[in-house]
Ligand binder design. Sequence first.
Ligand SMILES: [Zn+2]
Length: 251
Amino acid sequence: MTWYQKGTEGAEAVKDFEEDRASKFGGAYRLWIPAGGSTEFTFLDTEGFFFKEHNYFANRSWMNWETCLQDIGEEDCPFCEAGIRVYYECVFTVIDHAEYESKKTPGRIIKNTKKLLVLRSTARKKILRKRDQHEGDLRFVRMSTHRDDSKECSTGEDFEVVKRHTKAEVAAMAPKEWMGQAITPDVWMEPFEYVKIFQPKKAEQLERILGRVSPVGSGDGPSRSGGEESSEESKGSSNKPAPSVHSLING
Ligand SMILES: [Zn+2]
C-alpha cells in the first residue's frame, strides 16, 4: 500500500467510497444505541429482509459493511476468503423516536427519524418471537429497547412492546421534509429499498476495498453485534491499521 494513488486506482477508490457514502449517508442510517442507552422505535414493515454481510474494521471504525457474495454463486467472495467475519442480518425499517439536536442547526431538535433496524442473533430471535406474539404483524408496533452492554446487538436486545400505533398516528409523525425534499407521509412511511441499499458489489471491487483494509486479528468483530463506532472496543484490537491517505479518501 502506498501513501498516494494514481489514475484509475484513485478513481476506483473514490468510486467505492462514493458508493459507500450513498448507502451510509443516503438517509439509510442504522439504529444504534450506546451501551446503557435506550430508545423507542416503531416498525414500518413486518416481513424482514435477510442477507449475509461482512463487518470490518477500517479507518478506526467498525462502521464498515459489505454484502457477502457467497450465496450469489457467480463469484467467490473475497471477504470470505480473507476470513473476515460474516453475519446473518435481518433488517426492518423503523422510526427511531430518540431526539437529537441538529448538527447543522444547533437548537433544532430532530426526532422520529426513519432508520434501518439491523438485527443479529439473539436480537433477531427476540424480535421474530415478538412478531409471533402479535398476530405475525409488526407494522406500526412501537417497542422500547435497552442495551445493557457493548456485547449486545447495537440495537439493544431488551425489547418491550409499548403499543400498536394506528396508521394515522404514524402518519402524523412524518416530517415535512426528508433529506432536503418535501415529502408526503405515505411516501415517508414506505420501507427502505433494501435491494438497493445492500446491493452487492462486484468481487473485483471488494478485492480493491480489501486491499485498503487491514483485517483485525482473526477478523472477529468487537462483539457479536459489532458494527458500531466505539473507541473503547477498538482499543483491544491488535494490528490496528495506521491512518493512511486512503483513510483521507474514505473519510
Ligand atoms: Zn463473504
